[in-house]
Design a protein around this ligand. Structure first.
Ligand SMILES: CC(C)(COP(=O)(O)OP(=O)(O)OC[C@H]1O[C@@H](n2cnc3c(N)ncnc32)[C@H](O)[C@@H]1OP(=O)(O)O)[C@@H](O)C(=O)NCCC(=O)NCCS
Length: 183
């Protein structure tokens, strides 16, 4: 494993023009196009930091707060917020620029968890992260907290999946917008 590396060494921005082929039937940019670009930025940041191939393991907080239009220039700013032993959390801020008006919209901020892989395809230890600014420290602690919350929620979700009793469905679903038709 390499020496520790500062956050700024792996910060990456990708800017791309939103062309008509990226649009959905409503004329706005497909969410999937934006997700694919975000995944590339997450890869670039994590691979630069780790110095190895990285894979996406999970994505948090995907909310498209405002639509993106054809003709806008979308910039994705990525930064490694946190490193664990073999995983890295990359925060990505997405902004869309209307070149005519100069207006910049913040459309979303998402968090990609990436895992570094060694030549044997197994997770490999990543360099420590050097935190040089208060913002770096804030983001690292934030990611630590989210990691703890996710671990707790995962336990609850596993429990929710395993403890479903279909026999009680009539009572459980009485206020829901569904119709039970099974016997
Ligand atoms: C990512 C992957 C290597 C993890 O394998 P694993 O057997 O769970 O490995 P480990 O238990 O050693 O976990 C490795 C790291 O991933 C993290 N991790 C595993 N599952 C995770 C999840 N669902 N969310 C967040 N982090 C996760 C672990 O916390 C650990 O991090 P740490 O070393 O910093 O503590 C494996 O699931 C994989 O290869 N997935 C496919 C990834 C891929 O192909 N992505 C492309 C999109 S299809």
């Amino acid at each position: 494993m390499e020496e520790a590396r500062p956050v700024k060494n792996s910060q990456t921005t990708i800017t791309e023009l939103m062309v008509p082929s990226y649009a959905n039937f409503g004329g706005k940019i497909h969410g999937g196009i934006l997700l694919s670009l975000m995944d590339k930025v997450a890869y670039a940041c994590s691979a630069k930091h780790a110095g190895t191939y990285c894979v996406t393991v999970s994505v948090d907080k995907v909310e498209f707060l405002q639509p993106v239009e054809v003709g806008e220039l979308v910039s994705m700013h990525g930064s490694v917020n946190y490193v664990g032993r073999t995983s890295l959390v990359v925060g990505i801020r997405v902004e869309a620029l209307n070149v005519k008006t100069g207006l910049i919209k913040h459309t979303n901020s998402s968090f990609f968890t990436m895992v570094a892989k060694g030549d044997d395809e197994k997770p490999t230890v990543v360099p420590k992260l050097i935190l040089e600014t208060k913002e770096d420290v804030k983001r690292f602690i934030e990611a630590m907290r989210v990691r703890e919350i996710k671990a707790a929620v995962k336990e609850q979700m596993d429990d929710a999946h395993s403890s479903i009793e279909v026999d009680n469905a009539t009572e459980l679903l009485k206020n829901e917008r569904c119709i039970l038709k099974f016997k």
